[in-house]
Design a protein around this ligand. Structure first.
Ligand SMILES: *[C@@H]1O[C@H](CO)[C@@H](O)[C@H](O)[C@H]1NC(C)=O
Ligand SMILES: *[C@@H]1O[C@H](CO)[C@@H](O)[C@H](O)[C@H]1NC(C)=O
Ligand SMILES: *[C@@H]1O[C@H](CO)[C@@H](O)[C@H](O)[C@H]1NC(C)=O
Length: 233
């Protein structure tokens, strides 16, 4: 049994105070709406999935399963990228009530569409799946790592994890590499987990348009990309 919990430590400007971001921003649809999309929405095994393929040649046996936004960024890095709508067409509206919304977006509702897409990818010749999850998607990346369903997992700002239970499960069960980026000011973490995954000083949960946050977000992508490339054959 091996553990590759690699905690990335990126240097940011500690002096910058970043206000907490509206928590509703964590639960937006994984299907991109705010950029000019390069990919397409395709229904895979009954699940609406945003699919972004690299331009030119790419490895058709490897896929990135993205439980966050920015699928096109992964496709531009050369990976066939799939962002399933595991919120079942019901993303939290701006200003929506997270507590009420969360009742119908627990693991019971969210896991089946994820596994449906993974199963379809595997039956279509995808041999290696890298999962990258942001916030809400971090929980599911953790589950997929715990179950050894994927080849490699990275996450930023995972929310809703049970600490230390979920980390202990990773240590006990997982034999796939996993990398965690966290935000120092993240309120989704208990202090213990925050210490364990400390990174990105000055970045609140949910990236905004602050230059330090943008730099950190790019850092999170670069770190995840390097980690995933290292662990895919
Ligand atoms: C994909 O579907 C979502 C949700 O219906 C929609 O907001 C988005 O514009 C669609 N994107 C594309 C590229 O069709
Ligand atoms: C949000 O929803 C919960 C559960 O339905 C409810 O108890 C709470 O009062 C709501 N909060 C607001 C601000 O409406
Ligand atoms: C992981 O495995 C558990 C136990 O079999 C199962 O209940 C859960 O749905 C699985 N989750 C994922 C994301 O594969």
């Amino acid at each position: 049994m091996q553990l590759f919990v690699f905690v990335s430590l990126l240097i940011a400007v500690r002096a910058v105070v970043v206000p907490p971001v509206d928590s509703s921003g964590h639960f937006h649809s994984p299907l991109p709406t705010d950029v000019v999309p390069q990919g397409k929405n395709i229904t895979i095994n009954g699940v609406l999935t945003y699919v972004s393929l690299p331009k030119g040649r790419f490895d058709r046996t490897t896929a990135v399963l993205m439980l966050t936004v920015k699928a096109d960024q992964w496709a531009a890095a050369g990976f066939a990228t799939y962002a399933p709508d595991y919120l079942n067409g019901d993303a939290l509206p701006t200003g929506g009530n997270v507590t009420a919304w969360a009742v119908n977006h627990g693991e019971a509702q969210t896991t089946p569409p994820l596994l449906a897409v993974i199963s379809a990818l595997k039956s279509h010749g995808i041999k290696q799946i890298a999962t990258t999850g942001y916030c809400f998607g971090g929980l599911y990346t953790t589950r997929l790592v715990q179950n050894n369903t994927i080849t490699v997992g990275t996450m930023a700002h995972p929310s809703s994890l049970n600490v230390p239970t979920d980390f202990e499960l990773v240590k006990a069960q997982a034999h796939v590499p996993v990398e965690i980026n966290n935000a120092e000011l993240d309120t989704g973490f208990t202090p213990a987990l925050a210490i364990e995954t400390d990174a990105f000083a000055g970045v609140a949960h949910g990236f905004a348009s602050d230059p330090v946050q943008v730099a950190a977000k790019q850092g999170a992508f670069d770190t995840s990309l390097a980690f995933i490339k290292k662990h895919l054959k």
